[in-house]
Ligand binder design. Structure first.
Ligand code: ADP
Ligand code: MG
Length: 237
């Protein structure tokens, strides 16, 4: 589903963090919000999922204005740096949880959990608990749980930051595969330019609460509009 931030702004008290940001994410697109720590990436993501109330502007999912809806009414899937799995539940119960609170029947829950386990390649792990899984496996479970209600958008906030280098590489391509297979619209927050370049259709580079350039990875690399963008991509003019 197409997502539109229309002149979105966010302040914490008197401190303005985002001012007048307009950003359209196409249906089925995976977009990276890329920029240094503190530039407002997570704040933007939280506004899309509804954890933060916006200070100004509108947020649209398709033609629907969701600006004043709480997170649970927006149907968004979220994966954070820490996987936040329920430690006392099995993998199966973790993935089933969002369906159970939505009141789905046991048959429906079982069917959807199996489908998700297949999608993220964790069928043999369904009866384990999170502590018995590697970081990459935990992140797969977090993805399955985020996707099980068929959300309108998948929001990923530094999802690879806690993984070692090898798993980070593997999960980069796995997250992209899963996004392409499901066709879900996705936003990836990252401070890692290689991650953004290798995983996303377009990159929005942010600096101090503003988007300074938005382009495909190739365009961005070949034609950075500012020294900041060039420096950030490691391709100084
Ligand atoms: P990023 O995700 O790009 O590292 P954030 O969106 O988390 O950046 O933060 C952007 C700015 O907003 C930072 O200066 C941060 O200190 C500030 N900020 C974020 N959340 C809050 C909050 N709940 N209260 C006050 N300031 C905040
Ligand atoms: Mg952040």
């Amino acid at each position: 589903m197409r997502i539109l931030l229309d002149k979105f702004s966010k302040a914490f008290g008197a401190v303005s963090v985002i001012e007048d940001m307009t950003l359209e994410i196409g249906d089925g697109e995976m977009l990276a919000l890329l920029g240094p720590s503190g530039c407002g990436k997570s704040t933007t993501l939280f506004a899309i999922c509804g954890i933060h109330k916006v200070s100004g502007g509108r947020i649209l999912f398709g033609d629907r204005d969701v600006t004043s809806l709480p997170p649970q009414e927006r149907n968004v899937g979220v994966v954070f740096q820490s996987y936040a799995l329920y430690p006392h539940m099995t993998v199966r119960e973790n993935i089933a949880f969002p369906l159970r609170i939505a009141g789905k029947s046991s048959v429906e829950v079982a069917r959807q959990v199996d489908e998700m386990a297949q999608l993220v390649h964790i069928e043999p792990l369904l009866d384990r608990r999170p502590a018995e899984l590697s970081g990459g496996q935990q992140q797969r479970v977090a993805l399955a749980r985020a996707l099980v209600r068929r959300p309108h958008v998948l929001l990923l906030d530094e999802p690879l930051a806690n993984l070692d280098a090898k798993l980070r590489l593997e999960m980069r391509s796995e997250i992209r595969r899963i996004q392409l297979e499901t066709g879900i619209t996705a936003v990836l927050v990252t401070h890692d330019q290689v991650e953004a370049m290798s995983m996303c259709d377009r990159i929005a580079i942010m600096d101090a609460g503003r988007i300074v350039q938005i382009a495909t990875p190739t365009e961005m690399y070949n034609d950075p509009h500012t020294a900041f963008v060039a420096g950030f991509l490691g391709n100084p003019p």
